[in-house]
Design a protein around this ligand. Structure first.
Ligand code: B12
Ligand code: SF4
Length: 434
């Protein structure tokens, strides 16, 4: 949608989102240019699609997070790569395509946020539960497991507020995901801008409900919370990451270590404004000991989050964690590109210090079983009901996570079977650090 917004009107554009299903590409008219974006976990499918069009002689350009961070691999599968943000180079690339002189690489670096064209929301079918919008890019915190600082830079860059309001108005869906990594930023001037944005959204009377991602300082400021709620904020995703200070230090999430920080009080303050809190944690740190699954479930319940999202510590390309684990030969699933499909943060792809592969999977299962037990779900939903904080949303969220737990158990069993099969044939045997 963002690239479409940057494309001159004489190009006809079709957006295909394989999250909605795979179309029959051979039944579609032959395009002049194909652009593909993919997360790392989607790279293999992206290469299949690229191969299909290249066989037909259609030029294929790839861009986005995986193309930027795994350039040498991706260049084998496409005619051209755009690294970084596309705003600065997309027009040039289209002109080069028109004249048959497509270069192998274009580097967009980091865009000037004043130059962002509004995304073309009109080009998507009306089948999405959520629309999406981006208002800021970049993050100065550079946590060791996250690729955002490498990719979007350490400088927190904000779009002009009128541009955001204007684009918000063009979104058809009633519910919107604000995709910023941290909607409110970390410094007082960032928070002040977030307040101005919320005031402008409220004044525009958009009648949208939105959810966003933010750091825990979202819960520090009553005025910010009141304005967010008034602007339509209904939920916030917060990375707590680890229940221990050692874990936070290991992950480089020093921001959560601020003196006197009381997570429970912050969560309650947010919920008082009828904003639900999704808490995210990571399992498998070197400082995690057996029993960490239950501990995360307990701590998340104690903080009072409405839903819990626990992920395996995963070395994603371009992160400090990747460099560290690679140098220590701890990246266990390392037959690339095939193994990228496991880089969804929902599989244990590394060698963990205190856990076997089976052990860490059991920690994850026990974490989710505990947090999503019937009794705990009832308690949480009752509490949302009592505080009039979207009990129905809380119920639906909790039940869908609970049903995922069952699916996950089957997925883990398949994963283990495949691993055993492969490790017998080609792989290094998994090593335990315990
Ligand atoms: C929103 C978001 C989501 C949403 C929506 C995802 C979706 N399908 O759209 C949700 C919550 C569903 C999600 C889920 C996941 N996410 Co996510 N997500 C993001 C987030 C915060 C923003 C992405 C975004 O929309 N950016 C806005 C657009 C405009 O930016 P952009 O895509 O980068 O595009 C620009 C350039 O990259 C370039 N570009 C991009 N594509 C192309 C293509 C071409 C042809 C060209 C020329 C240019 C180009 O031009 C654009 C304009 O400048 C990013 C963090 C980040 N800052 O990137 C993480 C991020 C992408 N997610 C990440 C991960 C790991 C996941 C999950 C696997 C994790 C999980 N288990 O929850 C899942 C998997 C989802 C899936 N379907 O497989 C990682 C990916 C790392 C990697 N190497 O792949 C990121 C980078 C966060 C991180 N921790 O490092 N995610
Ligand atoms: S995890 Fe969040 S706070 Fe840490 S670097 Fe990534 S975007 Fe920034």
């Amino acid at each position: 949608m963002v690239l479409a917004g940057l494309t001159p009107p004489d190009w006809e554009i079709t957006i295909v989102d394989e999250n909605l299903g795979r179309p029959d590409y051979s039944a579609m008219p032959r395009p002049d240019l194909v652009g593909i974006t993919a997360f790392t976990s989607q790279a293999n499918r992206a290469y299949e699609v690229a191969a299909h069009f290249r066989r037909l002689g259609v030029p294929v350009v790839m861009g986005g997070i995986h193309a930027t961070l795994c350039l040498d691999e991706v260049i084998e599968h496409a005619d051209s790569i755009v690294t970084g943000e596309a705003e600065g180079v997309w027009a040039e690339l289209l002109e080069d395509t028109r004249h048959g002189r497509l270069k192998h690489r274009y580097d967009g670096g980091h865009a000037d946020m004043n130059d962002l064209a509004p995304a073309r929301h009109d080009l998507l079918p009306a089948r999405y539960a959520f629309g999406a919008i981006q208002t800021t890019r970049g993050c100065p915190l550079n946590c060791n497991f996250c690729s955002v600082t490498t990719f979007n830079g350490a400088q927190y860059r904000q779009r002009p507020i009128p541009d955001v309001v204007h684009e918000f108005q063009s979104i058809g869906e009633k519910r919107v995901l604000v995709v910023d990594d941290n909607l409110i930023g970390t410094r007082p001037e960032h928070v002040a801008r977030a307040k101005d944005l919320f005031r402008a959204l409220a004044q525009a009377n958009l009648r949208k409900q939105w959810v966003a991602q933010a750091t825990i300082n979202f819960g520090d400021d009553e005025e910010l919370l009141a304005l967010a709620a008034r602007a339509g904020c209904r939920g916030v995703f917060i990375g707590f990451e680890s229940p221990t200070p050692e874990g936070l230090r290991e992950l480089g999430k020093k921001f959560n270590l601020a003196k006197g920080r009381d997570f429970r009080a912050s969560v309650q303050r947010i919920q008082r404004h009828k904003i639900l809190v999704v808490g995210s944690f990571i399992i498998g740190l070197d400082t995690d000991e057996p029993g960490i699954g239950k501990r995360i479930a307990e701590v998340a319940s104690q903080y009072g989050v409405d839903t819990l999202n626990t992920l395996f510590l995963t070395p994603l390309p371009g992160t400090r964690l990747w460099d560290q684990m690679k140098s220590e030969e701890r990246i266990a699933l390392n037959t690339f590109p095939e193994d990228w499909k496991y880089y969804t943060l929902t599989f244990p792809v590394a060698r963990y210090k205190h856990f076997t592969r089976e052990g860490i999977i059991q920690e994850m299962i026990s974490c989710n079983r505990r947090f999503y037990s019937r009794a705990r779900i009832l308690r949480r939903v009752w509490s949302s009901f009592w505080h009039r904080c979207h009990p129905l949303l809380s119920l639906v969220g909790n039940l869908s996570y609970r049903s995922n737990v069952r699916v996950d158990c089957k997925t883990y069993a398949d994963f283990q079977r495949r691993w055993h099969h492969l490790s017998g044939a080609t792989r290094m045997q998994p090593r335990t650090y315990a």
